[in-house]
Design a protein around this ligand. Structure first.
Ligand code: ADP
Length: 527
């Protein structure tokens, strides 16, 4: 635990302590003493008529975005939102979404994104677990929140815009240590966990994206990630600090790669971040002499390991367009390292990159001592990026957020990722030390899926593995059970196994645990 870690620091020899301090740190930069939402207001003063955001046929200029966000903030405060109150935004990716997000930040609230496509059960769990009393919802999804007798106020962006509160900016001071948002991620014990991040970490990451991706007023940034994935936030708002334009790519164009490519070309997207499997899809769909990605100035892959072969293919096709491998975790305010590649990496290793500004990265052993160069260990993050912990969950918070043995008063976030400093000081990713997996970039705890399978009547045993990028479920039961519907009522679509198969027994390994390797070999190849 944290105390043991403090003890260890004292036991280190002087040499070791010096080495401990020699973790890899990003550049030191001072944070502006203003909120991100204020930076947007300042930008609106500079370029009021420039377009800030586009969603389908709708668009908002900076002046209009700024005015609407103030109306939302005033409306939320009138409804009783105080500092650090959680405000759920259950929005489709329409033009109302950015207005709601900026409004929540200006009101001093904590932004909780809820994908309205999530099953009702899941939505209720998130609302209950966050003790959220105010939901800003799409006009057509309000029903979900009012059932069950919870005292939740449901409102909409149009209602808040029309409310009879006064106009004008809201005077609220938001400090760097104040909570900015909470994203729920999959939890191994069957319950999702809410990762809390603060304004300082959020602002630092947004500024790192601007700095490392050199985002400027001429840029068009694509917003393509789903609302429940934390990368959706920087995609939506980062460009507003510098006068860039955000394009919210319609859901239909995300499902259909051809339409996605058309959208990129039509909007002249210059900055794009996708998960590796989507980058792969884009390249596969691009014909010879196809110009649909030619507007791109920089592309970033994130969320899971970026295959070297994919980077090779990128540079064969776009030798002049940098590819960034971005690595991080929701608990640490999104990406913490950026590897800005201008050619395929050498030595057969994909680097995770250097820490972003004001972030420290270390590779440590079980007792948080620095591992020697070249040896594997757990990757931990320190610095302004470290979030506050998990909402209403002291136990899991204390396990993952621990006192930094080197910098008193600071905390580390233990990622659960294994890695090492390779030759030349390159940070390498070496997989997980637990059962967290990624499905097309989205985070899934196999244990959470298994616990939902076990809650289906008649299921005795359950195990889930990843096969060819998809979840494959196995169960034991007296008879075949059709529980896809059961799973879909509690789990987001990406967590429902693509295939479910009954076995007489689950294979066990030498330790008596379910042998997941054997199961993966068993799973039908996905089509
Ligand atoms: P984020 O939202 O910041 O992308 P998540 O919280 O969804 O991250 O997932 C974090 C985990 O995803 C990391 O701990 C790691 O296992 C994996 N991951 C994220 N980016 C990369 C990357 N570039 N390379 C390898 N693994 C990655």
């Amino acid at each position: 635990g944290p105390d043991a870690a403090h003890g260890d620091a004292e036991l280190l020899s002087a040499n070791e302590s010096a080495y401990q301090l020699d973790d890899l740190a990003g550049p030191v930069r001072s944070l502006p003493d203003r909120r991100f939402a204020d930076l947007v207001a300042e930008q609106a003063g500079r370029t009021p008529d420039a377009v800030a955001v586009v969603a389908g046929d709708d668009e908002l200029t900076y002046a209009e975005l700024d005015r609407r966000a103030d109306r939302i903030a005033r409306g939320l405060i009138t409804l009783g939102v105080a500092d650090e109150d959680v405000v759920a935004v259950a929005s489709s990716r329409t033009i109302d979404w950015p207005v709601a997000v900026l409004g929540v930040f200006r009101a001093g609230g904590v932004y909780l994104p809820i994908d309205p496509k999530y099953p009702e059960n899941r939505v209720k769990t998130l609302i209950e677990r966050s003790a959220c009393r105010i939901v800003v919802a799409d006009p057509d999804v309000t029903g979900v929140f009012t059932t069950g007798g919870m005292a939740v106020t449901v409102t909409t962006v149009p209602d808040l815009l029309d409310g009879d509160h006064p106009d004008g900016p809201v005077e609220r001071t938001v400090t760097a240590g104040q909570l900015a948002y909470v994203y729920f991620t999959s939890g191994s014990t069957g319950q999702p966990k809410g990762a809390l991040c603060e304004h300082g970490g959020m602002l630092n990451h947004l500024l790192a994206k601007i700095e490392d991706f050199t985002v400027g007023p001429a840029d068009v940034v694509a917003q393509n990630a789903p609302l429940s994935f934390d990368i959706s936030l920087w995609q939506l708002i980062a460009g507003w600090a510098v006068g860039a334009k955000t394009i919210i790519v319609p859901d239909a164009a995300i499902r259909d790669v051809t339409r996605f490519l058309e959208t990129v070309r039509g909007a002249g997207v210059t900055v794009l971040q996708v998960v590796p499997s989507y980058l792969d899809l884009l390249l596969r769909h691009l014909g010879e002499d196809d110009e649909r990605l030619d507007s791109l100035r920089i592309v970033s892959a994130t969320g899971e390991a970026l295959p070297i072969k994919l980077a090779d293919r990128w540079f064969q096709r776009f030798p002049g367009v940098p590819l960034v491998n971005a690595y991080g975790a929701t608990e640490a305010s999104d990406d913490t390292t950026h590897a800005v590649l201008t050619k395929p990496p050498e030595g057969g290793v994909m680097p995770l990159g250097d820490p972003i500004r004001n972030v420290h990265v270390r590779v440590v052993d079980e007792r948080l001592r620095l591992r020697p160069l070249g040896s594997s260990g757990e990757i931990v993050f320190a610095g302004v990026c470290v979030g506050r912990g998990y909402l209403n969950d002291i136990e899991r918070t204390e396990a993952a957020f621990v006192a930094d043995p080197v910098r008193p008063g600071e905390r580390l976030y233990r990622t659960g990722d294994m890695g090492r400093w390779g030759p030349g000081g390159t940070l390498e990713f070496q997989g997980r030390r637990d059962e967290q997996v990624k499905v097309r970039g989205l985070r899934v705890e196999l244990g959470e899926v298994e616990s939902w399978m076990l809650s289906a009547p008649g299921v005795r045993g359950a195990a889930v593995v990843v096969k060819d990028g998809n979840l494959a479920g196995f169960y034991t039961a007296e008879t075949e059970i059709d529980f896809t519907t059961h799973l879909a009522t509690g789990l987001p679509a990406h967590m429902v196994p693509r295939s479910l198969r009954r076995l007489d027994v689950l294979p066990l390994n030498a330790n008596g645990k379910v042998d997941k390797k054997a199961l993966a070999a068993h799973a039908a190849p996905s089509t």
